[in-house]
Every structure is written in C-alpha cells, then in structure tokens.
Design a protein around this ligand. Structure first.
Ligand code: CP
Length: 335
C-alpha cells in the first residue's frame, strides 16, 4: 500500500521545487532525493487522490503521440484530468502542419501559445530536442525512438519501492537481486529503468541481464554498463532464464522495441509462465504491451506487479506534473 512507502520517506519539499518548468528528457535527470520526494508525493496522492483535484485547473496539456500508446498517453491524460486541467490531444502528426512540411520548431512555437505543458511520444529520437529548443513551456519525453522513456522508469521504481519500502533508505540495509530480460541498448524502457536504478545502488545485490545469445555484442548503450558498475552495482549477463529465475526478487521483462515506423521483438525465446521457477515472493514488472513472453496465467498470481505498476503510473505522473507546472511547495502545503 502507498501509505507504507509514505511512512518510510522523510518529507523535504525543496527537492521537488527544482522540477518547476523543467523539461523531462532522461532518467539521469533525477537524483536520489528528488526521486524519493516524487515517490512520497505520488504515494500521498495515491492514498487520497481527491485532495489533489484542482492544482492544474485552467492549465492545458498538449498530448502529442505520434506512435502507438495505450498506457502512457491515457495515464498522462488521466493524471492531468484528475488534477483539474484540460487537454488537447494529437494522435497523428499528419493532422498537423507537419504534413505540409512545417518544421518542429514552428510547431513548438505555436505550442507555447496554446498550452502549459507538452507530452511527446515520437518514433524519431531527435524530434524532442528540436522542439525543446523553441519551447518556453515544459515538455516530457514519453518515448523518443529507442532512446528513453523516463516517466516509465520512474513508475517502475515507484512500483518496486511500494512493494518493498525498506529498499529506499540506505540505512535499512535491504538488498534485492534484479533480473532484466531485454537489451538495454535497444529498449528505451530498459535504458531509462537502469538509469533510475543506478541512483539506488545500495538496494541492488546484483543486476542480472538476461538476453538471447544473438545480442551479446551490443547489450548496453555507450557508457551505461560502466556507469552502473562505477556506482557499485554488480552486473552478470546470462542467456539461460530458468537457471537464474530461482535467485531473483524482481524480474523486469520487456520484449517489444519501436524502431523507426515499426517494432522489433527481442528475446522472444523467453517465456514467463505460472510454471516458471520463480522465487515464491518474487515480483514481475513489465512496461507492457506484452507479447508471448509474459503468459496471462501469471495475471492471477502474487507475482503480478505489472498491473499495479501501470496503475501507479497515474499517481506518479500526477506528482510529476504538479511539480513541473504548479509550484511544488503550494501542492505540498495543501496536504
Ligand atoms: N509502457 C508503455 O510505454 O506503454 P504504451 O506503449 O502503451 O504507452
């Protein structure tokens, strides 16, 4: 329950004030204290969402999703609605001037006139940066090609800390083994997740990357493995899922990666089912959408934390949006 996490984190609003009017581009923007305070605010909102029904009244979100999305678009829009704001949604770039060759800087200049915040998903990595140069309102990267998806990673970490609040504070001396099924270099969710995880090295006994044999040479993007190891995280790479499953406390699985105008599936040789040799109290996280890698027969087991992970993303995004668009100290004051 979010209240257990709430009790674990000391309140300190100063860290959240830093998020006001900031663009959210990458998982590596968040230090440990900022993430903790964000999770605290998310847990506060999740415990009593009705108390936060008005911070974004009269504010407009521009929700621009040029690549398919179920969870990210709808949970951002749900979060904004729950905070009392209004939304303009674009789900196809061909309905805008982009179809006539309008440059992204000009589109961004217009966004400045029409809204208070932009959430962008684009299959091109560079679109986000082209828009940022012209924007005077904050933009959130909701997935830019294979590069990053930072708010998914924050939601993943929020799910882990709700499951086991003792992991969040170094002085608790609690550690877990985390297995990641996927290719960090090819998957934006995994890349951003590892960036956020690296800020809590005290909580990681070992990080095990489970990949198919074909992807050995290109597992990590530039410098990511070195960054994780320099923070003290021990990394093992394996190709046999079932042999390592009995050791893992958290299993993070993802198979689909958007590349260009279509998607690729990595690690489709891997399957998690109710018969997999999971630890009794292990949890499974998956950013979804799922394919054959995650069997629906796990949905009604205690291993299923992927639905809770998706639900918690609404509250995490409510917390982030209030800090970016409304002054965080005002939000904290009202609770
Ligand atoms: N987790 C995630 O990014 O899901 P969607 O593609 O449905 O937004």
């Amino acid at each position: 329950h979010p209240k257990a996490l709430l009790r674990t984190i000391q309140e300190d609003g100063d860290f959240l004030v830093k998020l006001a009017n900031q663009h959210i581009v990458s998982g590596d923007q968040f230090d440990q204290d900022t993430m903790k305070q964000l999770f605290r605010l998310a847990a506060k909102i999740e415990s009593n969402p009705k108390r936060f029904s008005s911070p974004l009244q009269n504010k407009i979100l521009i929700s621009a999703f040029y690549e398919p999305s179920t969870r990210t678009r709808l949970s951002f829009e749900s979060a904004w609605h729950r905070l009392g704001g209004d939304i303009m949604s674009i789900t196809d770039r061909s309905t805008t001037g982009i179809a006539k060759g309008e440059c992204l800087a000009d589109v961004a200049e217009m966004f400045n006139n029409y809204g208070d915040c932009v959430v962008l998903r684009d299959n091109h990595e560079s679109s986000l940066f082209e828009m940022m140069d012209a924007l005077r309102i904050p933009i959130i990267n909701a997935g830019n090609g294979v590069d990053e998806h930072p708010t998914q990673a924050l939601s993943d970490m929020y799910a882990i800390f709700k499951w086991r609040p003792t992991l969040i504070n170094p002085e608790e001396n609690d550690k877990i083994k985390i297995g990641v099924i996927g290719v960090p270099n090819k998957m934006r969710t995994v890349r951003s997740f590892l960036k956020c995880l690296s800020v809590f090295p005290h909580a990681v006994d070992e990080l095990v990357i489970i990949h198919d044999e074909a992807s050995t040479g290109e597992l990590f993007g530039q410098g990511q493995r070195e960054e994780l190891e320099s923070r003290g995280i021990t990394i093992r790479t394996v190709t046999d899922l079932d042999s390592v499953l009995p050791e893992l406390d958290v299993v993070y699985i993802n198979a689909i990666s958007w590349e260009g105008d279509t998607f690729n599936t990595y690690g489709s040789a891997f399957h998690l089912t109710a018969k997999s040799p999971l630890k009794q109290d292990a949890i499974i996280l998956h950013p979804l959408a799922r394919g054959d890698e995650l069997s629906t027969d796990l949905d009604h087991t205690s291993h299923n934390w992927y639905f809770s992970q998706a639900r918690g993303a609404v509250f995490l995004r409510m917390a982030l949006l209030t800090c970016m668009v409304e002054r965080a100290e005002r939000v904290i004051d009202v609770v």
